[in-house]
Design a protein around this ligand. Structure first.
Ligand SMILES: C[S@@+](CC[C@H](N)C(=O)[O-])C[C@H]1O[C@@H](n2cnc3c(N)ncnc32)[C@H](O)[C@@H]1O
Length: 314
């Protein structure tokens, strides 16, 4: 067993080409896993990062499983090749927590490792990974009747990872709210929601007791037009610079405490320059969530801004 001076980046589902663009000096690619030698990089299009990869040699399936179990309990197989052999090793490991999760929940703080076979007798395995979920994947217990769209799952995931969420009575602005999935989720937490969209919010969501609606272009509304917000949420379909300009005005106004916004990419493109500007705002996290598609999620919490070193700003 040997420690590698490298990190392995598991591509966000469907976005391996964007990850490869972000890591041009990679050492190897195994399926969706990109290995880069040297210090840890911070690419955006990942679902999981293997932070402490080990090279393990083994003679048999049993020996491979024993080597992994001697390190820790939880290991997710990432089958890039030799699928059957990887499955046989996984069968000899303790079961993974794969049941859908009820919102809200606290992410597990036990280590979740991952391994992949390089050949019949060699694997890369990392006991330390960036995601607490096997291969960065998890599902929620879904509500099939309440929300009018499934977009609420990415807001739920962002709030789970934020480690905090709107409290009952807090004021939320939901921009780009139609048909109303995020508004449904925010109202479900007991928050007061102002749902803004150029399109209609589904009437039964607009009729919820804590919901008010405003049919308008969100970006022509200034912070002073809308007043203070504990949470400013945006799922508006727009060019990233337009969103950056709008949230910049909110940050400058001091009227919004916490932000969860999706940064939507156009076509096959990745607007890296604007993404870097979001990431440079003090206290920011920019992530590809398991429930995101061709978009990233910007999370910025008041408590993180207050404790962050001053950054480049907007
Ligand atoms: C992905 S959908 C939002 C889905 C919603 N979050 C949900 O959970 O159901 C994006 C929305 O952005 C709205 N939109 C696009 N440009 C807008 C703008 N400038 N102002 C307000 N809404 C806008 C669209 O009308 C569309 O309803």
């Amino acid at each position: 067993m040997r420690e590698l001076d490298a990190s392995c980046y598991h591509a966000a589902r469907g976005f391996l080409p964007l990850l490869l663009d972000e890591l041009p000096d990679r050492d190897r690619v195994d399926g969706e896993l990109v290995t880069v030698l040297g210090p840890r990089r911070r690419p955006y299009w990942t679902r999981n990062v293997w932070e402490k990869p080990l090279l393990i040699e083994f003679a048999s399936v049993g020996e491979a499983a024993k080597a992994l179990r001697s390190i820790q309990r939880n290991w997710a197989p990432l089958p890039a090749r030799l699928h059957r052999r990887a499955a046989l090793i996984a069968d000899k490991l303790p079961p993974l927590p794969l049941k859908p999760k009820a919102f809200p929940f606290v992410p597990p703080d036990v280590p979740m490792g991952a391994f992949t076979l390089l050949d019949e007798n060699t694997m890369i395995a990392s006991p330390v990974c960036s995601s607490p979920f096997p291969n960065g994947e998890f599902e929620f217990d879904e509500d099939k009747e309440g929300p009018p769209s499934r977009a609420y799952r990415k807001l739920w995931e962002a709030l789970v990872l934020a480690g905090t969420m709107p409290a009952a009575g807090e004021r939320c602005i939901d921009a780009g709210a139609s048909p109303g999935g995020w508004t449904w989720a925010l109202a479900g937490l007991g928050a007061e929601v102002l749902a803004i969209d150029r399109a209609e919010i589904e009437p039964r969501i607009a009729a919820l007791p804590k919901v008010r609606t405003l049919r308008h272009d969100a970006f022509t509304l200034k912070p002073s037009d809308l007043g203070p917000a504990d949470w400013l949420c945006s799922d508006v379909i727009c060019y990233p610079p337009a969103l950056l300009e709008w949230v910049g005005a909110w940050l400058e106004s001091g009227l919004a405490r916490n932000f969860v916004c999706t940064i939507k990419m156009q076509g096959a493109l990745f607007d890296k320059a604007t993404t870097e500007r979001f990431a440079a705002i003090p206290g920011s996290r920019v992530l590809h969530l398991w429930h995101n598609r061709h978009e990233l999620t910007w999370i910025n919490l008041e408590r993180d801004r207050l404790h962050a070193a001053p950054g480049a700003g907007i």
